[in-house]
Design a protein around this ligand. Structure first.
Ligand SMILES: [Zn+2]
Length: 212
């Protein structure tokens, strides 16, 4: 049996202990921040929101944003804590796994936040399909963006479960100068969940348009 003193000596002999201490402290900080924002509704802890003028604040879906950021930070804290523990015990595969997951979670917190922000909510109110292509809409020149929309609108998706047919662009898809009719997982509005869909060319665009 190892006595407490032995354990303490072994821990002190492990040169990795400062990393464990910093990791656990960070983990604790993220979890507390996550709880304050998500459960405690301390919305002013959210960077960006706290300095926005009141009319802009009103345009946020702040309850949704707080839930998203709060849960994200708690998950991030747990992952950082676990990765620090694995690092300490020199189980590098565990460290790499949870450190990678933590990076992914950080990215998801950032990217997922936009749907609760004023700019996105304004676009979603004005044009839901444009909001579904937020990234392309923001980054591409309008001419290219509309060309991709036009190309994608020649396609439709058919739910393999319920048979619901939906315009592929309206469904949030992108299909430009593509061939073949693949099967893809995407959201079905009729089923209310992700389903396998057949992506096919619309009947109307299968025949050549009449010459004017
Ligand atoms: Zn369906």
């Amino acid at each position: 049996m190892e006595s407490l003193v032995d354990i303490a000596n072994r821990l002190a002999g492990n040169a990795q202990w400062p990393i464990l201490a910093i990791g656990l402290l960070l983990a604790f900080g993220f979890v507390v921040l996550g709880l304050l924002i998500g459960k405690g509704r301390r919305y002013n802890l959210i960077a960006g929101y706290n300095r926005a003028p009141d009319p802009v604040k009103a345009e946020y879906d702040i309850a949704g944003l707080a839930r998203h950021v709060g849960n994200g930070l708690i998950t991030l804290g747990a992952q950082i804590g676990l990765s620090a523990c694995f690092f300490f015990w020199e189980i590098m595969i565990g460290f790499a796994l949870f450190f990678g997951l933590a990076l992914l979670t950080s990215l998801m917190i950032l990217i997922g936040s936009r749907r609760y922000m004023p700019a996105y909510r304004r676009l979603a109110a004005a044009s839901p399909p444009d909001a579904k292509h937020w990234f392309l809409h923001r980054t591409l020149p309008t001419k290219w963006y509309r060309a991709i929309e036009k190309g994608t609108r020649q396609w439709e998706q058919v739910c393999r479960t319920c048979g619901q047919v939906q315009d592929f662009w309206e469904a949030g898809g992108v299909r430009y100068k593509a061939a073949g009719e693949p099967i893809k997982l995407s959201y079905c509005e009729a089923c209310g969940r992700g389903r396998m869909h057949k992506i096919r060319r619309k009947q109307s665009s299968r025949v050549a348009p009449p010459l004017l």
